[in-house]
Every structure is written in structure tokens, then in C-alpha cells.
Write a protein that binds this ligand. Structure first.
Ligand code: PNS
Length: 167
């Protein structure tokens, strides 16, 4: 990936990546020249997948856009704003699904603005068919034997099954 153009960082836990996340990456690609999908360890959320596994899954499902040079996948530790500065990003991209996301996102955006006034947060809405989709809900549905084919690429569904049945 070259260092030219306007870069956005799309951060998250991605535990695991869903079609909603992929939809967001596509939308970010329409607006920004470079998109960095940044995976946070987020131990507080007690993730199902290790950070390496989450990174690997993102690399698999985003392979075509990574190959094109517009998207990269990375991990970060510490403050998001420090990572964004290091990457030379002009903005942070976050998805908004329902009103319930708003308060948390609003707090984060304003705290990040306090920490780095030059960094903008851009909210995007994924396709409405993913409005009620979350990685947490997805894991629950798989755990209870439901079908998630519509919400994750097949390779990811297989990994969730494998992970939950090997636990
Ligand atoms: O997918 P998630 O779990 O909603 O992503 C949350 C994430 C990783 C974006 C957020 O927890 C974060 O930015 N963590 C990094 C630590 C940080 O900068 N905290 C202060 C932000 S207000």
C-alpha cells in the first residue's frame, strides 16, 4: 500500500468479521483512498478468537481489496488516536446500526476528538439487512444451532462452528 491519499482507520474487535463489517469496508473505499482495518485486542470483551485469528479471517475475506492496494489489515494496541496519528489517518470510520449504538459511539467520538482534535469520526450505516447484526449475536446463534449463512462468509461460519465445538 502506498502512503498517498486520504486514509481512514476502521477500528473494531472483529470477533469475528461479519458481512456488516465487509459492507462498511466497501463504503469506506468509496469515500477514502486508503482504508486500514485495525483490530483491537479488546481483552475486556473476552473475545472468542485470538487477535491473530481475527486478523487472519479479515485477511482471507478482504483478500481481493487488499490485493488492489486500497485496503490493509493491521492490529493496534493502546489509544486509537495514537495509532491513527502513526498511520497519518484523517478520519476514523465507525458503523451505526440502531439508536442503541449512538450513546457509546457519541462518547467515543467526542473523547477521541478531545484527544486528537484534527481527527474526524465518520459514521456510516451498513446495508439495512445488517441493522440487527452483531458479532455477539452471531456467536450466540451459531452456539444454539441457528443458520448464519446470510450474515458471514462461509469460511467464517465454519471457523465459528469449529471454535465453539472445540471449546
Ligand atoms: O468493535 P468494537 O468492540 O465496538 O470496537 C471498539 C474499539 C476497539 C474501536 C474501541 O474500544 C477503541 O477504540 N479502543 C482503543 C482504546 C481507546 O482508544 N480508547 C479510548 C476511545 S474513547
Amino acid at each position: 500500500m502506498t502512503s498517498t491519499g486520504r486514509r481512514v482507520v476502521y477500528p473494531g474487535s472483529f470477533d469475528p468479521v461479519t458481512n456488516g463489517h465487509l459492507d462498511m469496508v466497501c463504503r469506506a473505499c468509496q469515500i477514502f483512498d486508503r482504508v486500514t482495518v485495525a483490530v483491537s485486542e479488546n481483552r475486556a470483551k473476552n473475545p472468542l478468537f485470538s487477535i491473530d485469528e481475527r486478523l487472519e479471517m479479515l485477511n482471507i475475506v478482504l483478500a481481493p481489496v487488499i490485493k488492489s492496494g486500497q485496503v490493509e489489515v493491521d492490529t493496534f494496541d493502546g489509544l486509537l488516536v495514537d495509532y491513527c496519528r502513526k498511520k497519518g489517518a484523517v478520519a476514523v470510520a465507525r458503523g451505526l446500526r440502531a439508536l442503541s449504538d449512538f450513546e457509546y459511539e457519541f462518547q467515543m467520538a467526542l473523547m477521541n476528538r478531545h484527544l486528537a482534535p484534527e481527527l474526524e469520526t465518520v459514521f456510516m450505516m451498513s446495508d439495512e439487512k445488517y441493522t440487527y447484526l452483531s458479532s455477539t449475536l452471531l456467536k450466540d446463534v451459531v452456539r444454539l444451532g441457528g443458520d448464519v449463512a446470510r450474515f458471514v462468509p462461509a469460511a467464517i461460519a465454519t471457523r465459528i462452528h469449529r471454535k465453539l465445538t472445540s471449546a
